[in-house]
Design a protein around this ligand. Structure first.
Ligand SMILES: [Zn+2]
Length: 345
């Protein structure tokens, strides 16, 4: 599998402002509206950045479910979703009680409820119109800590101290829910090319918390969701990387893909995971302020720490109109010069 260098230039805010795209519920649940909006977007990007290989001159319809960073993966557990015209949907914490936590599980009839039911109907409609749907992978985005924080709320920060055994049961139940969702989703949306388990919130917890409460659940998930990848957002210290390495030995499953934040120690990462495809998430402030030479220097430095390993994808995402067109151009040219690659997407 070859991965392009991904630059998600324009945020939903930008698309709303310049293309009038409405990201309320209708964007996610009305496939005709969305497919059309996505084609307009590719076309617009081609007009601006076609010369550096971004965008599409004649975009084709893409019949794919858009779970927008995993709203399905969260909402299916009953987490309330709030939609916005010009930004990604938000979720609100359920704040379940100690008693509710003891018996919390994914609803048995989740396939007949919002939002799974609605996505399923949409998949049927797309199959009828386009003959097929493309597989989507962001359904399964969230690991048990991401979900746990939204379901239990801030109490989760204390549960490891105050009710450790109950917390293990709770996380186990969430892990079972993730697998049930994945199995049901395969049947309808197709098997994704790879999985990335979202641990955006893990940096708020210690590596030992991961070992004590999450590792066993992740091992089970890794064995079922292959090829398996990890998404770690926020501060990454080497202790977290050590803990994720233990997941490999515990599960017997290699972590084939890894999303890593800007502050992470790439040399250390490569020492532990020489074969893993690294998706390196570039920092917003750096993107907004660096010039071409600074981009070149930084990419060279990253390449060196990455031991010139080819399995790296630079990701510039969640950008908004604070990032200028010339910055994107400079970044693309710098990556091109330093790595000899020009397969942007
Ligand atoms: Zn994240």
């Amino acid at each position: 599998m070859n991965f392009p260098i991904a630059i998600f230039y324009h945020s939903l805010k930008w698309q709303h402002k310049y293309l009038g795209t409405d990201f309320s519920e209708k964007y996610f649940f009305d496939c005709d509206y969305r497919i059309n909006a996505v084609m307009n977007y590719h076309k617009k990007i081609f007009e601006i950045f076609g010369d550096i290989g971004l965008g599409q001159e004649k975009p084709q319809p893409e019949p794919v479910i858009d779970c927008c960073g995993g709203i399905l993966g969260k909402a299916v557990f009953g987490i309330p979703v709030v939609f916005h015209k010009d930004s990604p949907p938000d979720t609100m914490a359920l704040n379940i009680t100690d008693t509710q936590m003891r018996t919390f599980e994914l609803a048995g009839d989740f396939q007949e409820r919002f939002p799974f039911r609605d996505f399923r109907l949409q998949a049927e409609q797309m199959k009828n119109t386009y003959g097929e749907i493309l597989p989507t992978y962001d359904i399964y985005h969230h690991g048990v800590v991401n979900l746990g924080l939204e379901i239990r709320g801030n109490e989760l920060m204390l549960d490891g101290f105050t009710r450790p055994e109950e917390l293990k049961v709770f996380f186990n139940s969430l892990g079972d829910g993730i697998l049930k969702l994945a199995e049901a989703a395969h049947k309808i949306f197709g098997k994704p090319p790879f999985y990335k388990l979202g641990h955006c919130s893990m940096s708020m917890f210690s590596p030992d918390f991961y070992r004590q409460f999450v590792l066993d659940v992740d091992a089970k998930l890794a064995q079922c969701l292959k090829p398996f990848g990890m998404h770690h957002h926020g501060r990454t210290d080497n202790g977290h990387l050590d803990a994720y390495k233990e997941l490999e030995s515990k599960s017997g499953v290699p972590i084939e893909f890894f999303d890593l934040d800007w502050n992470a120690d790439i040399s250390y990462f490569r020492g532990l995971f020489p074969q893993t495809h690294l998706f390196y998430i570039m920092e917003y402030n750096f993107l907004a302020n660096a010039n071409y030479m600074e981009f070149c220097q930084k990419i060279e430095e990253i390449q060196e720490k990455n031991k010139n390993n080819k399995t790296i994808t630079f990701i510039a995402s969640d950008l908004d109109d604070g990032i200028s067109e010339s910055s994107i151009r400079d970044l693309a040219n710098a990556i091109n010069t330093v790595t000899g690659r020009n397969d942007f997407a």
